[in-house]
Design a protein around this ligand. Sequence first.
Ligand code: UDX
Length: 450
Amino acid sequence: MKICIIGTGYVGLVAGTCFAESGNDVICVDVDEAKIEGLKQGVIPIYEPGLKELVIRNFAEGRLSFTTDLAAAVKVSLINFIAVGTPPGEDGSADLQYVLDVARVIGRNMEGFKILVDKSTVPVGTADKVRGVVREELQKRGRDIEFDVVSNPEFMKEGAAIDDFMKPDRVVIGTDNVRTGEIMKELYSPFMRKTNRLIIMDIRSAEMTKYAANAMLATKISFMNQIANLCDRMGADVSAVREGIGSDSRIGYDFLFPGVGYGGSCFPKDVKALVKTAEENDYDFMLLKAVEEVNELQKLVLTDKIIRCLGDGSTESLKGRTIAIWGLSFKPRTDDMREAPSVVIISRLLELGAKVCAHDPEAIKEARKIFGDRITYSNNQYEILKGADALAIVTEWNEYRTPDFERIKTLLKRPLIFDGRNLYEPSRIKEAGFEYLPIGRNGKHFSTAC
Ligand code: UDX
């Protein structure tokens, strides 16, 4: 099939590449000329495992091309995926300007039947708006060309995007047209197996499904973070609690890991947008407001522990202290710093007078854009420990899971680890001679530590 993907961000680039990999002719369009030129040379603007190889191969084999010429791409494509950004406006609602701009250009340039697919996460009712602007453009041209708008939300996770796209748990297609539903089904057929489902539903429900999924996952995380904080206060171990509740098939084990709060390009934005949508519809989504508030507070928990152990009670409580940070990106296997808890944690440490030195396998370049020279960086996870007062783990990269503890002990001024991701077994690490402060795993130790 002939496909055009508009927007070469995470979602657009991965979707376009995977559709090309399954044999379609795909044109990826972006307004950013440098990005498009780079992609033609195999320069991938984001770090996503496996993506570079797929882009280069499909480009070389002629199934995948890159252009800034949207009008020309639309003319030759049956299915046009809109995968441009929907940044939060000042009030938290999703800004649809880019989505509607693209729809307008499609309306201005289409010559035959087109399917427009909303792939960006967009509020309920967006498909109607897209339809509206395309109609407007066609009217201006005095043309009556058939077209259809589909909602096809994307559920891929950064760091596992290719796998998620190729082997999705489910594909959701929102359409009110049977023929279009069949075309979309055919497009996705290479990715469907016995174990997953393609679900066709009405457009508004498909739009809502994406927000409901992310809001539900964010709720699980905030819930577990509060359970963990309570465990800390009461001498219970949140890991055991997770095992205990996860064994109930109605609850399940996934997405119940407490930590330093959720971040990234989706959860914070989508939770805010759904709260806003509810407000606009005279409904108070109290639960989600609390989810958001809990998440903001959770970003402070690790620093609170650091202050309690190392602070002197003054406004510059951590003056003269050096904190080594492992992990900057909002989660492992990405260089994405959007809404990363590390930003709040490090800013607070700096405010309190501490020096910060940080390691991350991929995100140092992105972090530099935020912190500049206010912190120091290293590509070596041990180098930053030399002379530091403590190690704080913020992102659970694999390289932090089984480190050389003896080496850590000799490098740190004091064998003190604040673990925002619960990477180690508390009893073992204490045996190894460390003071260890994880999240919700160490109640008794926590109350007596430092
Ligand atoms: C998420 C959704 O999972 C995906 O379906 C959607 O398409 C986009 O948003 P992503 O943002 O890539 O994907 O990351 P994800 O792996 O879901 O993690 C999101 C955040 O939640 C991270 O900050 C992570 O650290 C945090 N998290 C996740 C927890 O704190 N605890 C958990 O148990 C799981």
